[in-house]
Write a protein that binds this ligand. Sequence first.
Ligand code: SF4
Ligand code: SF4
Length: 146
Amino acid sequence: MNSMNMLKENIRIAETAKIGKFSKKDIVLFEKVKKAINNKIKVPCTGCGYCQPCPAGVDIPGVFRCYNVCYTDHYFTGMREYLMCTTMRAKPSNASLCKKCGKCEKKCPQSIHIRKELQCVTKYMENPIYKFISFVSKKCFDKCYD
Ligand code: SF4
Ligand code: SF4
């Protein structure tokens, strides 16, 4: 939800929705949309957070969420979220910080090959522009915390 109008619309729908309101056609359409979105998801991370904390500081669920947004929405949307989620904070938490210790993988209920996927994220997301913005952010935070 990005605006007050969207919020109002959601409240209106929630107030009128009743059990059994969906027709068979609605359910088929809903399943089709769900399948189309799921097919685009790169990493089946549920965001449960059991893999956290990472000793190297990687925000594993946050990183995978942004990576998936690149495929389910748009590359720039995912990249913007990745920048905000991994660099606009006192301590960076991006994929390439991974030290490949493997601790997280033992705790993941989805059996995700986290180390391998983080390498894919690094390759896809951490381009020169990302590195430059990350560098500037770090300088700003260092100055603030001096
Ligand atoms: S393998 Fe990487 S992401 Fe997983 S806990 Fe170790 S350093 Fe963190
Ligand atoms: S434990 Fe697995 S599914 Fe849960 S947040 Fe971590 S990577 Fe995602």
